[in-house]
Design a protein around this ligand. Structure first.
Ligand code: SF4
Ligand code: SF4
Length: 253
């Protein structure tokens, strides 16, 4: 027969054992499942966690393609700040439910490869200690500039500055996005390419319509000019008929 509360006592005994053990073996402080180092040793301090791109793809982790954690800002091929997609429209900042995004728009515009010059975020911070990973910022962004990262190990001994991710921390390449969420990134790229092709087709159609309208106006002007010149080439000795003469003629008939 099971003693009532035996499971609770057993659990507390394990906790007590680990609590006391942690004074002798610091590795007991970390959860083994989240072990990072290639040599299987655990980082000695929170700040020792590796930070390079793709770190969460190591086989020692449990993160899948479908995991979502905190947002990141995307840039295309090239220098991050030359190809950053964000134009600092601040829609995500307004829509974020816990208001943990802070953006300052640039005063100047940057040239964009294959596009018009655009504003960019002079400051873009996300307080991940407040972010609730709802992904609303991703949904509302009209420029596919913000997506969810799956980097989950953000331990830091600095509760405030350590969890305030700055623009430099948030900027990630589109290749990195393809690495962590291959299907979603491929779908997004396809949609962007389709939208671009549709816009170009619309622009071409508008240009063709404008050209056709211009040609029609030119043809009309030409035919009017020809009619006027024919009128002018008539015998000038023949005076134009006045309306009174015209009426008289009509009355005599
Ligand atoms: S995921 Fe949600 S809470 Fe986090 S920054 Fe985006 S909108 Fe805000
Ligand atoms: S991430 Fe998107 S919605 Fe947010 S400011 Fe940049 S362009 Fe606008």
């Amino acid at each position: 027969m099971n003693l009532l509360g035996a499971g609770i006592l057993k659990g507390m005994a394990v906790t007590l054992k680990n609590f006391i053990g942690s004074y002798f073996d610091k590795e007991r402080l970390n959860t083994l499942e989240y072990m990072w180092q290639n040599d299987k040793s655990l980082p000695k301090r929170a700040g020792d966690y590796p930070k390079e791109e793709g770190e969460q793809l190591r086989p020692t982790t449990t993160v899948t393609n479908y995991s979502r954690n905190f947002p990141m800002l995307l840039h295309d091929d090239g220098e991050p700040m030359d190809t950053i997609r964000c134009v600092a429209c601040q829609i995500c900042e307004r829509e974020c439910p816990p208001q943990c995004i802070y953006i300052e728009k640039s005063d100047d515009k940057k040239e964009r490869p294959g596009g018009k010059p655009q504003f960019y975020p002079a400051t873009f911070d996300i307080d991940v200690s407040v972010c609730m990973s709802c992904q609303i910022c991703v949904e509302v962004c009209p420029f596919d500039a913000i997506v969810m990262n799956s980097q989950f190990e953000l331990s830091t001994p600095d509760r405030f500055n350590g969890l305030l991710l700055k623009r430099g921390d948030l900027l990630k390449s589109n290749q990195y996005y393809h690495k962590i969420h291959p299907e979603e990134a491929a779908d997004r790229d396809k949609r962007i390419a389709d939208d671009k092709a549709a816009k170009e087709a619309k622009k071409k159609a508008a240009e063709a319509a404008k050209e056709a309208k211009k040609k029609a106006a030119e043809a009309k002007a030409k035919s009017e000019a020809e009619a006027n010149s024919k009128e002018e080439s008539k015998d000038p000795s023949e005076p134009p008929q006045t309306s009174t003469e015209h009426n008289k003629e009509e009355n005599t008939e």
